[in-house]
Design a protein around this ligand. Sequence first.
Ligand SMILES: Cc1ncc(COP(=O)(O)O)c(C=O)c1O
Length: 446
Amino acid sequence: MTTVSPIHTARSARSANTARCTVVSSDEGVPLVTGERVEYANFDYAASAPCLTPVAEALAEALPYYASVHRGAGHHSRVSTEAYERARRSAARFLGTRPADAVVFVRGTTDALNLLARSVPEGCTVVVFESEHHASLLPWGHPAARAGRVVRLPPPATPERAVEAARAALRAAPEGPRLLCVTAASNVTGEIWPVEELVAAAHAEDARVVVDAAQYVPHLPFSLEATGADYVAVSAHKLYAPFGSGVLAGRADWLRDAAPYLSGGGATRLVTEHDVVWNDLPARHEAGSPNVLGAVALAAACDTLTPATQELLHIRESVLLERLRAGLAGIDGVTELTLWGEEHPRVGIVSFTVEGLPADLLAAALSAEYGIGVRDGLFCAHPLTRRLLPGGHAQAVRASLGVGTTGEHVDRLVGAVADLCARGPRWEYVDCDGRLVPVPDPGQVL
Ligand SMILES: Cc1ncc(COP(=O)(O)O)c(C=O)c1O
């Protein structure tokens, strides 16, 4: 079997400081339907991770100074411009960029991949696995995208088959530019994809590779230089920093030759009555007033999560993940979703179904009766999730871990699933705008 190791980094190994890796959370606990309050057991990191303490500190420091970036002569504008460009350097370091790579601030991974879809050379063939998150599956076919052909490959049965299928599809593509889009870690199963092998196969066919690392970088170090990948896309809100910021980093040429992603101030060098001269990278694709606080927050997360720190956090998380998976595996009627089997390396994500309990009811009961937050549904990866669901299930529940997860949270989740499996929910739940809510609801805030 292809060994899928964590994507090692070329970043200099700075010392680990896991003591700084705590998350900001309310200590008021969350209400249960019984009226009690318990500590919130957040198992929804893969949707959005809570803010790291150093991120909150960096934001608090930046707040008194934030002002327009690259526009003003005033002191605060100069401070903000410096903070914004420093943030770009932090993101570059975190993603292991090469000296000539572009680092463009975007709103998140979806935005990053849509930007790339509009920047590939006209007529480019894009190869993508159907198992991708919709953010990496769909942008290539958008009317504004420049791809000439999108080849969708079925979810591969093994990592080796993924590499073979990608190589074959790229080889069969017509002459011209080609791009392979691949996720580093699945948001459904947490399984780690063989990125380095896929990059090698694609490069052998003269194709480029973009890595959707949204779910990977919160858990493990990633490096463009070390993997050889051509582009990487990430989101701040999965990386312990608030919403609204992300990065597309990678080869500058396609991005430089493309039309600006948005038209407006900042992306322009000169505008006359008849003509526009667009800016070079990265400003070319950053029209509008930049999200300086988003960039500062993202950079603080990047600076906190050094490779050494991430490796220690990963060891801790792996212990918790195994405890969770073993606990769930011991409950009759629980089925874990997996593409490549139980032994395949993964980040802290586990999706599962429970016999006789629809996912939405299970998720609602976990929240209302146990103070546990999970995600239910098809996780914006409909083709993959549908394919992995056992018969009779329309949706699954996803539990995802991060730096604030504790052993007590894991044990509470396993105990709650076992209870719900054995006895069912203790409360009534009704549909309210498409979500199940408990009735009566004496303890809840809403
Ligand atoms: C693997 C993966 N890619 C892309 C995205 C989209 O990220 P965003 O919503 O921040 O654009 C997600 C979000 O869940 C994801 O899990």
